[in-house]
Design a protein around this ligand. Structure first.
Ligand code: SF4
Length: 229
């Protein structure tokens, strides 16, 4: 098992590696060929869509992106945009003032420093305004096929409740532990599948697992920070 776990975390309550694989196999059956639900046609549009998705549902983002991308399909176009027009096109989503500002700045950087192409390393992606490690991982995985596990609120909650990750692990530790416990070729799908499962069954409040007999492959760690029951 991972050094992070051996180096101080209490592993007694964690499920075994075989149980982790069993969960992944069930999730594969439930959610075959998973992919991001964010509408996009290019890596640039994915970066913009992920930027907009902070504290907003994918459905909410997908409502505004077709109009936005019709006007500003690439970095060159968005870099020239009037910020008031970007705001107007995305005003139904949360934090739209700040997001519009970051989107335009990101477009300018991609145009001026990366010849209009989204960079393909985590370090470069994280130089873009509003792009943290999670967003960079999503873009690397979805747009460029680089294996990563992006840890969002669903991935963290589900994997801690299931006992794959210790409850007190930080987001970064959660990512490291998941990479250690999940075979690399399954990282991308597992990321999406934990999100799907977290939205459908292992919800933050009132999880739906008890009312569905097919959810018989995980047991809940009763974690105070998630108050599952
Ligand atoms: S038993 Fe329910 S709440 Fe617990 S990890 Fe499974 S789906 Fe989530």
């Amino acid at each position: 098992m991972n050094n992070l776990l051996e180096g101080g975390q209490d592993v007694a309550d964690l499920i075994s590696d075989a149980e982790v694989i069993n969960i992944l196999d069930h999730l594969d059956e439930m959610y075959p060929n998973p992919k991001t639900m964010l509408y996009h046609e290019t890596p640039f549009q994915l970066v913009i869509a992920v930027l907009m998705s902070a504290q907003t549902t994918d459905v909410g983002v997908n409502k505004v992106t077709p109009t936005l991308f019709a006007s500003y399909p690439d970095a060159n176009a968005m870099a020239e945009a009037d910020i008031a027009d970007i705001e107007d096109k995305i005003k139904t989503i949360g934090l739209y003032h700040n997001k519009a500002k970051n989107m335009k700045k990101t477009a300018i950087i991609i145009r001026d420093e990366f010849k209009g192409q989204v960079p393909q390393t985590r370090e470069e992606l994280m130089q873009l305004p509003g792009v943290g490690r999670k967003t960079a991982n999503v873009v690397l995985s979805e747009a460029f096929g680089v294996p990563t596990i992006a840890v969002d609120t669903h991935v963290e909650r589900v994997t801690k409740r299931m006992g794959i990750v210790p409850p007190d692990a930080s987001v970064r530790e959660t990512e490291e532990i998941l990479m250690a416990r999940i075979p690399k070729e399954r990282w991308r799908d597992a990321h999406h599948q934990f999100i799907y499962f977290g939205r459908e069954y292992c919800t933050a409040r009132n999880p739906k697992c008890k009312s569905d007999p097919q959810i018989n492959f995980c047991e809940c760690r009763d974690l105070p920070q998630y108050s599952a029951r």
